[in-house]
Design a protein around this ligand. Structure first.
Ligand code: ADP
Ligand code: MG
Length: 694
């Protein structure tokens, strides 16, 4: 296809509103639209007509199969393809019924359910989510669906996300009504900025750790890392820009509005930002984006690494989750306008969000916990594992004035110039940026920066929506029927800000004093998944989900158990990979090198080259003793891998014993790498990998 005009092929793979309008009978279209826009229950009688139209459209796009596309409790999407074909009088016809569209029953008993589905009673259902468009991918009609058990428990990430959006909608509308605003819907909007690494496939396949775990488990620091800051926003290499172009075009055809991309801080690191949209659609789109990023990379003989910390010592990858609230009339509720201090509604919403983040900091942290993200959170470039909120100069000063009684002097966006003759005059923002905050107010949205690059954004947004909904509900309860609404609202807002002020931190979150200061403030610092996930077991945290109708206790506990189990498994796989790399690759290579040195010593002795001889002997001795230490460290690591513990105990052991032992192995191995010639080393070095794309 000639891809000269984006608007011609944008969303051509999507059964979107425009296609539906043309393809469906008027009544059917109207009924479906009502479901999508107002959340009205889907009218079962229209399903056949929709299914038929969808099938005809998909077949026209070359599809032969359909699948219910769902998001089990891994970070991936799942598909089971069924053909449209049906035998008919010795021939075959293409058929797709309403029932097949609405509900599927994949035999998917191997997906994690933590016992909510026993293998002997393993029925699970996928049910159509009409609020997210179906699309054709590689010859298959993909129908976004939720995934539930026979007994109705949710087994996926989409169902609770939709429930959390509904909870937020309900609570926000109740609150807005008190201000005389009667809107039909409040939607959560999300724009996830996706970071990733691109490396050449040739180096990738020569490293077992990259192939099996997605990150390097060993590797001495390269002579040149990111210290010159010359990669950030640097000019794109030809291969990279060809990849980005291809990826953009692919995503655009799926209606994913990829908007900007650039080089990130670390060598080989990049970022892709989409235009924000409704949380559910943003989450689906991000899942699809991650899949297509990986597939497109392979077409270019590259590998896309979505791991949060593929390389020690250089920046990790996150997914900045930009989050806001918008009414169906198009008002961004987190837009502070010109004088936020005078806007009672904005200030109340802000206070509620601060209160929610403070009260539920534990589950917000837990929502992003994973083995991969643990390598990133708390490392120097990433937000620390402590949750805090950055408000910026303007809102920070307003909140300070309320809580500390300081005078607030409004600082307006002023016209500015960069002082270069003929450069345009432009408004200078009232607020600067703070890249170190895990939860930063950035103009008219919050940016939750703790999300890991490989994670589904659903998890974080489920928590954000739920806790915000709860804070809004509390406010609505407290203010409904107030005699003097204006005063009551002001008092309530001020009280919340005072009570939860400790969560506000407008300074350097990477600074050395912050951990101590946060501790004094009583903020949590949950460094590992084993510390964070148990937050889901706390009574008050369980109750916020049950109260808002997002999870039952059973569902939540099952999810937390699965997260712990996954964490322990991921760490174990890494440890086993490390052991095998040491035993099968590093130790033999070093032993060979020592043998070669000894042979050289003998040869040099024969010609009485004493100095060279001494150097070789001392190097061989040094290597031998380090090699011995390495072997013992590998044995010590391996000794920890055989036990069978309960989920929490296994996760704690992974965090407290296995990971430190892996670090000990790594240190010794990296030391050996520094002493060995590159042709001796059994796999590509950091320099080979990070600069593999020429
Ligand atoms: P910034 O440079 O401040 O991070 P951008 O405008 O570049 O802001 O946006 C970064 C990301 O935030 C993009 O993915 C964008 O779509 C998203 N975003 C912008 N506005 C909103 C909003 N109201 N709700 C959710 N996401 C948003
Ligand atoms: Mg950003």
């Amino acid at each position: 296809m000639e891809k000269s005009n984006v608007t011609d092929y944008f969303a051509t793979n999507v059964f979107n509103d425009e296609v539906m309008k043309n393809a469906l009978p008027k009544e059917v279209y109207r009924s479906l639209k009502k479901t999508v826009e107002e959340g009205a229950p889907l009218d079962g009688s229209i399903a056949s007509a929709v299914a038929n139209a969808m099938k005809d459209w998909a077949v026209g796009k070359g599809a032969t199969h359909y699948t219910h596309w769902f998001q089990p409790l891994t970070n991936l999407t799942a598909e089971k393809h069924d053909s449209f074909l049906e035998p008919c009088g010795g021939k075959a016809i293409m058929r797709f019924t309403g029932k097949e569209l609405i509900v599927g029953e994949p035999d998917a008993s191997s997906f994690p359910s933590d016992g909510m589905r026993k293998t002997c009673a393993a029925r699970g259902y996928t049910a159509w989510d009409p609020t997210s468009f179906a699309f054709v991918k590689e010859g298959t009609l993909c129908i976004p669906t939720v995934f539930v058990s026979y007994t109705g428990e949710t087994l996926d990430k989409k169902a609770p996300l939709l429930k959390s959006m509904a909870a937020l909608d309900k609570a926000a509308r109740r609150l807005l009504k008190l201000f005389g605003i009667d809107c039909k819907k409040v939607e959560t909007t999300v724009g996830p900025e996706q970071e990733y690494f691109l490396i050449d496939e040739e180096v990738f396949f020569r490293r077992k750790d990259l192939v099996l775990t997605g990150r390097t488990l060993v590797g001495a620091a390269p002579p040149r890392g990111q210290e010159m800051d010359d990669h950030y926003f640097g000019a794109l290499k030809t291969r990279i820009s060809a990849y980005m172009r291809d990826l953009d075009e692919t995503l655009w055809a799926y209606g994913v509005c990829a908007k900007s991309e650039h080089n990130e801080v670390a060598p080989a690191q990049h970022e892709l930002a989409p235009v924000f949209t409704t949380a559910n659609i943003a989450s689906d789109a991000n899942q699809l984006t991650m899949e297509l990023m990986k597939k497109t990379a392979r077409k270019h003989h590259l590998v896309c690494l979505l791991h949060e910390k593929p390389f020690n010592g250089v920046n990790g990858s996150g997914k900045h989750n930009n989050w806001s609230l918008t009414t169906d009339t198009g008002v961004n509720l987190l837009d502070p306008g010109d004088s936020p201090e005078k806007d009672a509604r904005f200030m109340l919403l802000l206070a509620c969000i601060l209160a929610a983040v403070d009260k539920y900091q534990g589950i917000l942290r837990a929502s992003v916990a994973s083995a991969g993200n643990d390598c990133r959170l708390g490392a120097d470039e990433a937000p620390p594992a402590i949750v805090s909120v950055y408000l910026g100069d303007q809102l920070g000063a307003i909140v300070d004035s309320i809580v500390l009684g300081r005078e607030y002097v409004p600082k307006k966006a002023v016209p500015g110039s960069i002082g270069v003759p003929s450069s345009p005059i432009f408004p200078i923002d009232a607020t600067d940026r703070n890249r170190t905050s895990p939860f930063a107010f950035t103009g008219n949205k919050f940016e939750f920066r703790m999300v890991g690059s490989s994670a589904s954004v659903a998890d974080a947004n489920i928590v954000l929506n739920t806790i915000a909904a709860d804070a809004f509900s509390d406010a609505a309860d407290a203010l409904t029927g107030a005699e003097n609404f204006e005063d009551a609202c002001k008092n309530y807002t001020y009280a919340l800000l005072k009570r939860h002020y400790r969560i506000v931190f407008n300074y350097n979150g990477y600074g050395p004093d912050w951990e101590e200061e946060a501790k004094n403030r009583g903020l949590l610092n949950l460094k590992t998944t084993a510390d964070a996930v148990p937050e889901f077991f706390r009574r008050e945290n369980i109750e916020v989900f049950t109260r808002q109708g997002v999870f039952t206790e059973k569902e939540l506990v099952a999810r937390a158990d699965i997260a712990l189990e996954y964490y322990a498994k991921a760490v174990k796989i890494e440890a086993r990979t490390l052991v095998s790399m040491m035993r099968q690759e590093v130790c033999p290579a070093v032993a060979n090198y020592i043998a070669a040195l000894c042979t050289a010593v003998a040869a040099k002795r024969a010609v009485s080259d004493k100095i060279a001889c001494r150097c070789d002997v001392s190097l061989a001795e040094k290597l031998s003793s380090m090699q011995e230490e390495l072997s013992s460290a590998v044995d010590a690591l391996e000794a920890e891998l055989s036990g069978k513990e309960e989920k929490l105990a296994a996760a704690q052991k992974a965090a407290r014993t296995v990971i430190p032992r892996m670090a000990a192995v790594r240190e010794l191995c990296d030391g050996l790498e520094r002493l060995c010639p590159s042709d001796v080393w059994p796999f590509p070095s950091y320099t080979d990998i990070l600069y593999s794309v020429k």
